[in-house]
Design a protein around this ligand. Structure first.
Ligand code: ZN
Length: 73
């Protein structure tokens, strides 16, 4: 086990990303072991952020499989 505990994964804010505002990198709070977004105040630990992105990816994927609305015309 030589995992570097100091290597902190960087995340962009999934909440801003979901709303397609400018993608902004979250700040990491070492004391709380939490990430937070300085713009929308979304905060969560690493698992929560990763879960948020997982859900987002699944949503995007579902939308991509739907035919484009104009394709039916
Ligand atoms: Zn945000």
């Amino acid at each position: 086990m030589s995992e570097d505990r100091k290597s902190i994964k960087k995340f962009v804010c999934p909440s801003c990303f979901a709303r397609e505002i400018d993608v902004i990198q979250m700040h990491y709070d070492e004391e709380d072991d939490e990430y937070y977004c300085p713009r929308c105040a979304y905060a969560g630990n690493r698992e929560q952020v990763e879960y948020f992105f997982k859900v987002l990816r699944e949503e995007r994927y579902k939308q991509m499989r739907e035919p484009h609305p104009f394709a039916k015309l």
